[in-house]
Structure formats: structure tokens, C-alpha cells
Design a protein around this ligand. Structure first.
Ligand code: ADP
Ligand code: MG
Length: 253
């Protein structure tokens, strides 16, 4: 299928991602309840909420790893999950980054970063991997193996792998939770500047209000599978719309 024809956004351009009345569950239980939400082009949206609030499920639906029970998901107004369509993950122009980095231990850093670039020739693949590594400050790391790197460096390799295909939407599930707390502030700042440079639309899942405050253009606060409130970090912090929102942000000092 031709992505351009579907208007999913040319590689490297940000797309709009829209959840419309999304509902999903496992077995007899709904864990995402009627969520409608838009991630705007080139902006960072944080899905924030306590453990079990449905954040990862929403991210997996956006990635095409999960088919929602109800509602639909649109990328640039094209239905990619819903009653009329299902577009598989590799055709959505989305990139994914997981909590544990999920690097392939038996593959070099270069091969890890080039992994999603199978549509390119070998030479272009290597060039794109080198470019992505340089972008995260790891130029020349191609020949190393993941076990030779620190946690912070592994995080950067995972980030390079996620941005190398120039996704129009980048989905990140708790991308900093595996890191030492001493490192987190710096890694977050570095990651944010890489994300800004790529220009992709970014969705970050986190349970940490401080992380959301520091990174998000827009926060979507979730509780028990429902969208409680959405707005800028400032909006939510200064004008929490519920006791839940107020208490969630009160931990920040
Ligand atoms: P979060 O990322 O906010 O912690 P999740 O989306 O992972 O929340 O999970 C929401 C709820 O759905 C949780 O109660 C979780 O236990 C349940 N859940 C998640 N994935 C599955 C699954 N594959 N099978 C059954 N239950 C699941
Ligand atoms: Mg989760």
C-alpha cells in the first residue's frame, strides 16, 4: 500500500493522530473507555496516569498492535483502526520506543538502529543509521554491542532506532523509567531536543507528573481508562478540574 496515497504524511513530516471514542478491554473488562483525544503535528502529547489507567493500551492501539473494540483511530484523517479499516503497524508511519529499550543483544548498535530500514539499500541503511546515531550524540558507535554501553547510552541507541525511519508519529512507552534517577533530567532534556529536531508528533506514556510537566506541550490525564482532563501542563497544574487531578499534581514540588 502506498502511504503517500493514503495521506499518512511523507516520511519525516509530522502527522495528526486522533483517537475517536476509543474503547478497549481484555476479557470481560473495559480498560479504555470512550477516549477522544488529538495529538497535534509536531507536538509532544503525554498520556499521564497511575498504573493500570490504560495508557499503554492506548499507545498499543495507536501503534496498530492492538485492535480497539470500539471507536476509531485516524492519522491525518485516514482511518487506520476502526470499523472500516485496519492498517498494520509497519504501514502507519509510526515509530515505537519501549521502556526496557528492547535492543537486540546479539546485534551491533549499527544493526539495531538500521533494523527498521529494510526498505532501503544497504548503503542508505548504514548512512541513515549513522546519521541517527550522530543525532543522539553517539557517532561512531555502530560496531559496539548493547552490553558494552551504559544505561543512558542504550536509551540513546533506542531513541536513534526509533527516529531513524523518520516516523511521522513517535510513540514512547515510559521511555525513561529504566534509568537511574540521577540521569533522568539530563536524558529527558537531551531526548526532548532530539525530538524537537526530528519534528515528529510525539506521544509519551508516563506515570510521572513531573516528567509530563517537563516534556509535554499537551497532557492527557487518565484514570481507570477514562480521559479526566487534557490541556497544557500549566492548565492542569494551575486549574485541575477534579480532586483526582489536583492530588495527582500535588506530589510535584
Ligand atoms: P497503564 O499503561 O496505564 O499501566 P495498561 O494499558 O497497561 O495501563 O493496562 C490497563 C489495564 O488493562 C490494567 O488493569 C492491566 O492489568 C490490563 N491489561 C493490560 N494488558 C492486558 C492484557 N494483555 N491482558 C489482560 N489485561 C491486560
Ligand atoms: Mg503502561
Amino acid at each position: 500500500m502506498n502511504l503517500q496515497a493514503l495521506n499518512l504524511g511523507a516520511s519525516g513530516t509530522a502527522a495528526r493522530l486522533r483517537f475517536e471514542h476509543i474503547r478497549h478491554g481484555y476479557g470481560g473488562r473495559d480498560v479504555v473507555r470512550d477516549v477522544s483525544l488529538t495529538a497535534f503535528p509536531g507536538r509532544v502529547l503525554c498520556l499521564l496516569g497511575p498504573s493500570g489507567s490504560g495508557k499503554s493500551t492506548l499507545l498499543r492501539i495507536a501503534a496498530g498492535l492492538e485492535v480497539p473494540r470500539g471507536g476509531r483511530l485516524l492519522i491525518n484523517d485516514v482511518e487506520v483502526s476502526g470499523p472500516h479499516a485496519f492498517l498494520p503497524p509497519e504501514q502507519r508511519g509510526v515509530g515505537l520506543m519501549f521502556q526496557d529499550f528492547a535492543l537486540f543483544p546479539h546485534m551491533t548498535v549499527g544493526a539495531n538502529v538500521a533494523f527498521g530500514l529494510t526498505h532501503l539499500s544497504k548503503a542508505s541503511r548504514q548512512a541513515a543509521a549513522g546519521e541517527a546515531l550522530a543525532r543522539v550524540g553517539l557517532a561512531g558507535y555502530e560496531g559496539k554491542y548493547p552490553h558494552m554501553l551504559s544505561g543512558g547510552e542504550q536509551q540513546r541507541v533506542a531513541l536513534a532506532r526509533a527516529v531513524a525511519p523518520k516516523p511521522s508519529v513517535l510513540l514512547m512507552d515510559e521511555p525513561f523509567s529504566g534509568l537511574d534517577s540521577r540521569l533522568k533530567d539530563q536524558v529527558r532534556a537531551d531526548t526532548l531536543s532530539v525530538l524537537r529536531e526530528t519534528g515528529a508528533t510525539v506521544v509519551i506514556v508516563t506515570h510521572d507528573p513531573e516528567e509530563a510537566m517537563g516534556m509535554a506541550d499537551q497532557i492527557a490525564l487518565l484514570k481507570d481508562g477514562e480521559l479526566v482532563q487534557t490541556g497544557s501542563a500549566r492548565d492542569l497544574f494551575l486549574h485541575p478540574g477534579s480532586v483526582f487531578a489536583a492530588s495527582f499534581f500535588s506530589e510535584i514540588n
